[in-house]
Design a binder for this molecule. Structure first.
Ligand code: SF4
Length: 454
C-alpha cells in the first residue's frame, strides 16, 4: 500500500503524513494507570477516550480503563463544567477509585475549560482525590502528555514532611511493565530502596486469574507520591520525558536528581548501575558483573554480522536514543534516526552519539514522520528497521527486516512483558537484531552458501 511513496522529497512544514507519534491524552492515560486505584478521566468527547483506551489496550493486550466527560454539542458550546461534575460523582459512586486523574483533550482545550477551578468546586467524597493536567493534543505528543500527567500528580500531592523516607525515587519514563520489573530487579540487587513513579507493573501485565479486577494490585500508591518530596534522591530515566518532572521535584522540594538516558546497551546501563550504587553506597554484586560480561561477549560474537549494517530507528525519543546507542555499540550504522515528538534536545543527543562513535552520513530528525523516513529509505536503503508497528508497511514495501520495539506494538504479543532495559534486556535486543539479519542472510543465500553453522 505504500508502493506509491515517491523518491523525490519536498519540504513540508504544516503537514504530517504517517505520524510517528500519538496525541497527548494517551500519555496522560498511561501515566495515570501507573497509580494505584486511579481512574484516568478524559475531559472531552467519548470518541477521543475510546481511541486512547483502544491504542493502549491493543499494545498491552489488557483492558485500559478510563472514564469520559462525554461532551456533546451543548458542552462544546457552553463548556464542560456540568459534565465533569456529574462524571466525578458517577465515577466515585459506581467505580470507587481512590483518585481520579483528569486530562483534557483538543476540544476542552479549544473552548478553554478552566479545569483547575472546576475541580476546586467538585464535591469529592471524604478520603478521595481528584487531580488534573492539561494535555492539548495539537502540541507535543503522547510523551508530553505522560510527563504533564506526572507533574499533575506531583503538583497536587507531593509534600515534604522533613522526615526523610529513606527511599530513592525512580522515574522510569515511558517503558513497558517488563522494563519496570527489570529496573526494580537491578535496584534490589544493589540494595536500593525505591519508589517507582509511575509504575504500570502489576497493572498492565496482570495475570489471568479468572476474575476481573478493575484496579489490579499494582501502581504507585497515593502515599508514595505524597512522599516523593522526602526522597533521599531521584534517578530519572529518559532525558527527554523525565527532564521536566525531575526539575519540578527538585524545584519544589530540593530533591537532588540524576537525569540519565534509558538504560539500553552497555554504556547507558552502566550509568544507571553507577547511579544506583551511589545512592546505596554499595558495590556492584558479582551477579550483575556476570550479566554485563555476557552482554559484552554477545556483542563480540555477533559483531561479524552487525558490523556496518545500516539501520533505521524510529519511535519515542528516549527509546530511540537508547536503541541508537546500542546499535552503535554493535558497530551498526544508524543511517536514519527519527522521532515524531517535537523536541530538539533529541537531535542534539543523537548528534552527540554520532560524533562520539565517529559515524558519518547519518540523518537525525525530531518532529519527523514516517512518510519522510520512507522517502529517505527509497533514496538509500537500510538493512534493518527498528521501531513501532507503524513502520511495518514500509518494511513490507521495501522488503526490509523489521524489529518491533517501543510504543505502540499492536501486531505482536508478549513484548510488554519483556524488558529492553538493563544488561538482560539488551541481550534480548542483540539476539533479536542479530537473528533478524541472519534470517535475511539465510533467506537470500544460494544453496551452496546455505550453512547449518553461522
Ligand atoms: S488528537 Fe485531539 S481530537 Fe484526536 S483523539 Fe487526540 S484528543 Fe481527541
Amino acid at each position: 500500500m505504500l508502493d506509491l511513496t515517491t523518491k523525490e522529497i519536498k519540504e513540508r512544514k504544516a503537514l504530517r503524513i504517517n505520524p510517528c507519534k500519538i496525541c497527548q491524552p494517551v500519555g496522560a492515560l498511561y501515566a495515570a494507570l501507573g497509580v494505584r486505584k486511579c481512574m484516568p478521566h478524559s475531559h472531552g468527547s467519548q470518541g477521543c477516550c475510546s481511541y486512547h483506551r483502544m491504542v493502549l489496550s491493543r499494545h498491552f493486550k489488557e483492558p485500559a480503563i478510563a472514564s469520559s466527560s462525554s461532551f456533546t454539542e451543548g458542552a462544546s458550546v457552553f463548556g464542560g463544567k456540568s459534565n465533569i461534575t456529574t462524571a466525578a460523582k458517577n465515577v466515585f459512586d459506581m467505580y470507587d477509585p481512590d483518585i481520579i486523574a483528569v486530562h483534557t483533550t483538543c476540544l476542552s482545550e479549544t473552548i478553554g475549560d478552566d479545569l483547575g477551578s472546576f475541580i476546586t468546586d467538585l464535591e469529592v467524597p471524604e478520603g478521595k482525590l481528584v487531580v488534573h493536567t492539561n494535555t492539548p493534543s495539537y502540541v507535543g505528543s503522547h510523551i508530553n502528555g505522560f510527563f504533564n500527567m506526572m507533574m499533575g500528580f506531583m503538583n497536587y500531592l507531593t509534600k515534604k514532611t522533613g522526615a526523610p523516607n529513606g527511599k530513592t525515587a525512580i522515574f522510569p519514563g515511558w517503558v513497558n511493565p517488563g522494563d519496570i520489573k527489570e529496573l526494580k530487579r537491578l535496584a534490589n540487587l544493589l540494595d536500593v530502596k525505591t519508589t517507582f513513579f509511575p509504575d504500570q507493573s502489576g497493572v498492565l501485565d496482570a495475570p489471568m486469574t479468572g476474575k476481573y479486577e478493575m484496579y489490579p494490585d499494582g501502581g504507585t500508591t497515593i502515599e508514595e507520591i505524597r512522599s516523593l518530596g522526602d526522597s533521599s534522591g531521584l534517578i530519572a530515566l529518559g532525558e527527554i520525558i523525565c527532564a521536566e518532572p525531575a526539575e519540578l521535584l527538585n524545584r519544589k522540594w530540593k530533591v537532588d536528581y540524576t537525569l540519565l538516558p534509558l538504560p539500553v546497551g552497555v554504556t547507558y546501563t552502566d550509568q544507571f548501575i553507577l547511579a544506583l550504587r551511589k545512592q546505596a553506597n554499595t558495590v556492584v554484586p558479582p551477579e550483575l558483573e556476570h550479566e554485563r560480561g555476557q552482554l559484552v561477549d554477545l556483542l563480540l560474537d555477533s559483531h561479524q554480522y552487525t558490523y556496518q549494517k545500516k539501520v533505521a530507528i524510529f519511535g519515542d525519543p528516549d527509546v530511540v536514543i537508547g536503541l541508537t546507542s546500542l546499535a552503535l555499540e554493535m558497530s551498526m550504522t544508524p543511517k536514519y534516526v527519527i522521532t515524531g515528538t517535537p523536541k530538539e534536545e533529541f537531535t542534539a543527543k543523537i548528534n552527540a552519539l554520532f560524533e562520539k562513535y565517529g559515524v558519518k552520513d547519518c540523518t537525525v530528525k525530531a518532529n519527523a514522520d514516517l512518510f519522510e523516513l520512507h522517502q529517505w529509505i527509497k533514496n538509500e536503503k537500510v538493512d534493518l528497521m527498528i521501531g513501532t508497528t507503524y513502520g511495518k508497511q514500509i518494511a513490507k514495501a521495501e522488503d526490509i527486516p523489521f524489529i518491533r520495539a517501543g510504543f505502540p506494538v499492536l501486531d505482536r504479543y508478549g513484548g510488554p512483558l519483556q524488558p529492553i532495559v538493563g544488561y538482560a534486556g539488551s541481550i534480548r535486543l542483540v539476539e533479536q537484531i542479530t537473528n533478524a539479519l541472519l534470517d535475511r542472510f539465510d533467506r537470500d543465500a544460494a544453496d551452496e552458501d546455505f550453512e547449518i553453522v553461522l
